[in-house]
Structure formats: C-alpha cells, structure tokens
Design a binder for this molecule. Sequence first.
Ligand code: MG
Length: 162
Amino acid sequence: MSAFRIGLGYDIHRLTSGRTLVLGGVTIPHEQGLDGHSDADCLSHAIADAILGAAGLPDIGHIFPNTDPRYKGINSQEILKESVQAASERGYRLVNIDATLIAEAPKIAPHLKDMKAILSASLGIPAEDIGIKATTNEGIDDIGQKRAMAAHAVALLEKATA
Ligand code: MG
C-alpha cells in the first residue's frame, strides 16, 4: 500500500475596505483586505484544507468554525500549525505544498520569499518544499474585477515510519 496521500484545497474571500490584506502570513500594503472571521488569508486556508484533506480529516470549517468567537481574527498560521499537528496525530508528515493564488492586484512576486519563510515555519518543512505561484484572472469575473481573491493548493503527506 502506498505511504503517500495527496490533498487538494481551495478558498475564496471577498475584498473589502477597512481590512488588512494578509496572504501566506504576510501583511501586504493594499487599499483593500480580505473579509472573513479569521485574518481571511485565503492562501493559507487553501493549504490547510489540502493538508487536512490528504489526512482524511474534516475541512477547516469543521475544525475552526467561523461561528466560534475563539477564532475571530485568528492568525491563519495557527490554523496551519494545528492542521499539520492533526495530520501528524494520524501518522502523517508533510512532504511538500504547491499553491496558486489568483489575485488581480497587488503584485505578489515581491512578497513570495517572505511568504515561504513564514509558511516554512508554520508547516515545519523547508521553504524549498513550498511552491507558491500567483496569477491574475485577466480582468474576468469577480476576481478579475478585484472583488475577491482565491487560492488553490495541493499537499503531499507521507505515512511516518516509526
Ligand atoms: Mg477561508
């Protein structure tokens, strides 16, 4: 039986005024931020769901309900740490992550190195094992019209051997 498990995650949040934009744990200067119960870091949420999915666990909405006041404004790096921990409790260690952020603006490239460093610390894997791509939506649909940002992610887990 294969010792590997792959997981897929997706998340989308609306952009709104008066919120701080946080992506991959990095606060990015921008005229709008993502709306949500937590810091609304859609990139980190997609990664968390990929990890949880690979481990066969319920999604982050189940583990961190947005009706629970304890998670109001939570730093999503805490969600990532707990997701890795939950997978670890099921006997899996994280091998690598790959993610794509879809955002019309601002430019993400200048922040990739910082994102990888923060995610590396949260996930407990080297920055080299974290892929982050960013693309625009070519002006199409709500993401293209700067009303939302979305992210897709995959995670590979390996059954830990004692
Ligand atoms: Mg989310």
